[in-house]
Ligand binder design. Structure first.
Ligand SMILES: [Zn+2]
Length: 477
């Protein structure tokens, strides 16, 4: 039996003016896809896998239309070449915005469905921060989403979706999908599954799976920095029984709605000034401060120098900022050379509204792995060490620091562009502070411009009633 595999995976803040280009994506195609660690689980007796294209990028601004169209065209060409197929698995994120287009995943999945035809089972896996639409649900037979945030079950989620597809091919019994939207949009930082009430809401999902007629129960938080009509939370349930799946979706949706007033930030959170006051008084280390409004893994631009400016104003000693995306500054450091000093403008290289700092910087270290976009420069600015990267990227893994010769545990104050801390940084933070900084993923969501969202939606609106109502996929009615 023949299963084709592909997808597109990123998350786009519609508030970002910085479009994503094709070069921003890491693309797996053909045999490289099958050989990748990401898809390393694709092995089942009697099943042949046909690799299409999988394009994945660090979250950011909207994807440029030419980039999206090129990926989609290639996916569809490879899909046509793989026909006839017994199944299609698409590994998605769910929060893509394409410049000038709403519901990009709806467009992508609908186009794939048109190629494979109505009889071919289609499975998708999602990030729980994806936004789902009826159009998407109407094309799919199998849906699984992450059950952890921070995400530590990426592989397990993909395996759940793919395994249900394999089982469908073996049994000849095609499941279906029911979903129930919830007019509730919260940032991931208030719905981390490490904190209540999300921890309990997600903990019970496997119990739903064990009910008769249910295969896979999901709660989608959705993506709040998308000011577009489809942005919503929802419950999505894959099942073999329509009534059971609908009932489960409505229960999960109701449970989420009932907790709407109880979601809180998991770490100590406040204004940048307040967080720096606390950091100044801290007698423990490392203090890890999340510059949350500019978090590239949430769609932030990652080029802002707000925290650097604030630390310089305070005359701060002994801090490491990792990092700030600034290609011109990295280029200038490489042109100057390690050990030398230069006048540098740091910040605001991508988004004109991002603040910058004019400084005298000493080039401490240059990291040149080959491609110019992968270069990094480490500079000393007064008592502050700043990591500059040529491209937008996070510094969330110990390895990112080790490569540059840093041990984050030995720093007094580590500033990272992050929301909730990554699974590697959270355990060493002592303490973890989250600053409500400006940026295109500003955590002060009630103040976000809201021109195109469906209303009412909590917390943008508070005074309205809601009772969940499940709908079935058009393929299952
Ligand atoms: Zn996510």
């Amino acid at each position: 039996m023949r299963i084709a595999v592909g997808g597109i995976h990123t998350e786009c803040s519609t508030y970002s003016p910085v479009l994503m280009a094709a070069e921003d994506f890491r693309v797996l195609r053909g045999e490289d896809l099958l050989r990748s660690d990401y898809f390393g689980f694709l092995s089942a007796q009697g099943i042949s896998h046909f690799p299409l294209l999988h394009a994945r990028a660090v979250p950011g601004g909207p994807v440029s239309r030419p980039a999206y169209d090129a990926f989609k065209t290639e996916l569809l060409e490879r899909l046509k070449a793989a026909l006839p197929l017994d199944g299609l698995y698409l590994a998605m994120h769910g929060a893509i915005k394409v410049d000038g287009m709403d519901d990009a995943e709806g467009d992508w999945i609908t186009a794939a469905r048109a190629v494979i035809g109505a009889d071919c089972p289609l499975a998708v896996s999602y990030d729980l921060h994806g936004n789902v639409s009826q159009r998407i649900i109407d094309q799919v037979d199998i849906f699984s989403a992450y059950r952890t945030a921070p995400h530590i079950d990426t592989r397990e989620t993909m395996v759940r979706a793919w395994s249900m597809l394999v089982e469908t091919l073996r049994s000849g019994k095609r499941p279906g999908v029911a979903w129930a939207p919830v007019p509730l949009l919260l940032p991931g930082e208030r719905t981390s599954t490490e904190d209540e009430p999300a921890a309990s809401l997600y903990r019970v999902l496997p119990e739903f799976d064990r009910r008769p007629g249910i295969l896979d129960a999901n709660l989608m938080v959705g993506y709040v920095w998308a000011d577009e009509p489809r942005a919503t939370a929802c419950a999505v349930v894959t099942g073999s029984d329509k009534a059971a799946a609908s009932k489960a979706a409505e229960e999960i949706a109701a449970n989420y709605w009932h907790q709407r007033d109880n979601f809180r930030f998991g770490s100590l959170t406040g204004s940048l000034a307040d967080m720096l006051d606390i950091a100044e008084r801290a007698t423990t280390a490392p203090v890890i401060l999340a510059d949350s409004g500019d978090n590239p893994t949430g769609g932030g631009v990652g080029d802002r120098a707000d925290v650097l400016v604030a630390l310089l104003e305070r005359g701060w000693r002994d801090a490491l900022i990792a990092g700030i995306a600034d290609r011109p500054a990295v280029d200038a450091c490489f042109a100057t050379g390690a050990g030398r000093t230069l006048a540098l403008r740091i910040g605001g290289s991508l988004d004109p509204s991002s603040p910058s700092a004019e400084v005298e910087a000493k080039v401490v270290h240059l990291n040149d792995p080959g491609p110019v976009a992968e270069r990094q420069a480490v500079v000393q600015v007064g008592g502050i060490v700043v990591v500059l990267s040529a491209r937008r990227r996070p510094y969330h893994n110990i390895e990112d620091f080790a490569l540059l010769g840093f041990d984050p545990k030995t720093v007094r104050l580590l500033v990272v562009k992050s929301g909730y801390l990554s699974p590697e940084l959270a355990p060493i933070a002592n303490p973890n502070l989250m600053a409500l900084t400006n940026g295109v993923v500003n955590q002060d969501i009630e103040k976000l411009e809201s021109l195109r969202r469906q209303r009412p939606i909590f917390p943008f609106d508070r005074d309205f009633e809601f009772h969940p109502s499940a709908s079935l996929s058009a393929r299952w009615t």
